[in-house]
Design a protein around this ligand. Structure first.
Ligand code: NAP
Length: 465
């Protein structure tokens, strides 16, 4: 059995680094260490934990360029996006460094004058995270920062494609004095590490970001030990352009939402639903804007769209586009591919498809690529029906300046994140998460620390004055 795996650059297929896989014994020992460390870390006062988190954020910023370069090499995203992600990742640490000192309890008026009722919170214990390759820094800090702030200890298994960024961030946490066993990483195959995590009695919570099928599996496997779970799963975001929308603005925001990380984001616009009276004008302007995007190696400073992460992702995009064309979609731009499959490099050129129908796979399944399928609607109710017609409920976008249309859409779209004239709604200060099969729980904002805390209620009887 292999004890190592290769991290490859998806732009060139070149070897970036060889990483050691942890053995089963090593992972079990790490879990035990994390469990033991919890006893100490959870007792450190919140102000000290807050300061350590601030130091962690600072040292990440000091190493920003190096981290971003590693991220681009292992993930492929343009360097400017990697730099943006490093900063985005630190905003979670900054936010939860502040929240650490604001974990309040409360008192409840008792039903008898001889009683006092106090509600307090305590950290839940060792937390295990499994993270995806598409945001190797931010998906980890979004979990580690609230966990550590709450007083939990933390262990992460990064995706096999992109372990290096995560490893570097954890090492920097140790460098500023966060105890070694309070935050750890392990490397291994998803199913193997997943089973060790879900079977472990030391772990009290699993927090996962990744695909819906793996999320369901982890939930099932967490049942035997009744672990807490937070699930940030797949999306299939609709983007609705109403008849009155500012078209140029809608085009700019569609590009912003769609093409970050080559369309490999869970909240990127995946189904563009445009009023029939403006669909031609919108498509034309969108196509012109897409034509300006530069595809290439993320290390080149002009690149807007880097490679697709691996062959599986590349083939999925290819087959969704082919299916749409076979069923009658028109290609306005794109449908070009440049891959060296043997070498391991995969590029897909940004593509706009018109005359898309609901029976096409691209309208039913997440694409994870730089493809925009456009479907038209007559009435706003129809747009909502199309938008809500999948099992996913992560993010939705709409463009309108009519407050009646806007409030109707807000009220009727079953999505956890809604951007109204806003193609970039993420942030450390907001509750990010999905409805339906897109997930359970929220990350970010004041909500994001709650899943790391138990609520304990104390009833004091015979309270004598
Ligand atoms: P994935 O295949 O589910 O992998 C995600 C992580 O799960 C990786 O670390 C992977 O490890 C691990 N894994 C795989 N099989 C496992 C198993 N049987 N048990 C335990 N862990 C296992 O997803 P992905 O393709 O990397 O990521 C893309 C998906 O993530 C998309 O669906 C996207 O929408 C979703 N996502 C959601 C959010 C959100 O906030 N809702 C954010 C980002 C991404 P290996 O690398 O070893 O396989």
């Amino acid at each position: 059995m292999s004890t190592q795996f290769k991290v490859l650059n998806p732009a060139t297929g070149e070897l970036v680094e060889i990483v050691n896989l942890n053995t089963e014994d090593e992972i079990k020992q790490a879990l035990k260490n994390g469990h033991n460390a919890f006893k100490k870390w959870s007792k450190i006062d919140a102000h000290t934990r807050s300061k350590l988190l601030k130091d962690w954020s600072r040292i990440i910023q000091e190493n920003k360029e190096d981290i971003a370069e590693v991220m681009t090499l292992e993930n492929g995203k343009p360097l400017k996006e990697s730099l943006g992600e490093v900063t985005y990742a630190t905003t979670y640490i900054d936010w939860y460094a502040e929240e650490a000192t604001r974990i309040y309890g409360r008192t409840i008026p008792a039903s008898s004058e001889t009683k006092r009722i106090v509600v307090s919170h305590q950290p839940i214990g060792l937390v295990a995270a499994i993270t995806p390759w598409n945001f190797p820094a931010a998906m980890m800090t979004r979990k580690a920062a609230p966990a550590l702030a709450a007083g939990c200890t933390f262990i992460v298994k990064p995706a096999e494609e992109t372990p290096l960024t995560t490893m570097k961030l954890v090492e920097l946490a140790h460098e500023v004095g966060i105890p070694h066993d309070a935050i750890q990483y392990v490397n291994g195959k998803g199913p193997d590490v997943g089973t060790l995590f879900t079977d472990s009695e030391y772990i009290r919570k699993i927090t996962f970001t990744g695909s819906t099928p793996i999320g369901k599996l982890l939930m099932r496997n967490s049942a035997d030990t009744v672990k807490h779970v937070t699930m940030e799963l797949g999306g299939h975001a609709p983007l609705i352009v109403a008849e009155d929308a500012d078209l140029d603005f809608a085009v700019t925001q569609t590009i912003l939402s769609k093409f970050r990380n080559a369309g490999q984001t869970c909240i990127c616009a995946n189904r563009v639903i445009v009023h029939e009276n403006i669909v031609d004008a919108f498509s034309e302007r969108l196509t012109k804007a897409v034509n300006k995007l530069i595809v290439g190696n993320g290390m080149d400073k002009d690149t807007d769209i880097g490679p697709i992460i691996n062959e599986k992702g590349y083939q999925k995009i290819f087959s969704q586009v082919n299916d749409a064309i076979e069923k009658g979609a028109n290609v306005l731009i794109g449908n070009e591919y440049k891959a060296n499959i043997e070498q391991g490099s995969f590029f897909v050129y940004p593509t706009v498809l018109k005359n898309v129908k609901e029976n096409m796979t691209i309208m039913q399944e997440e694409t994870f690529g730089p493809i925009i399928p456009i479907i038209s609607f007559k009435k706003i109710e129809e747009a909502v029906e199309i938008a809500n017609s999948t099992p996913f409920g992560l993010a939705a976008y709409f463009f309108t300046n009519d407050y009646r249309v806007g409030t109707y859409l807000h009220d009727h779209l079953d999505f956890g994140i809604i951007g109204w004239n806003d193609g970039a709604p993420s942030g450390a200060h907001v509750p990010f998460g999905g409805m339906k099969e897109s997930g359970l729980g929220r990350e970010g904002g004041s909500e994001g620390i709650e899943p790391y805390l138990e609520t304990k209620y104390l009833s004091i009887g015979h309270f004598d004055h």
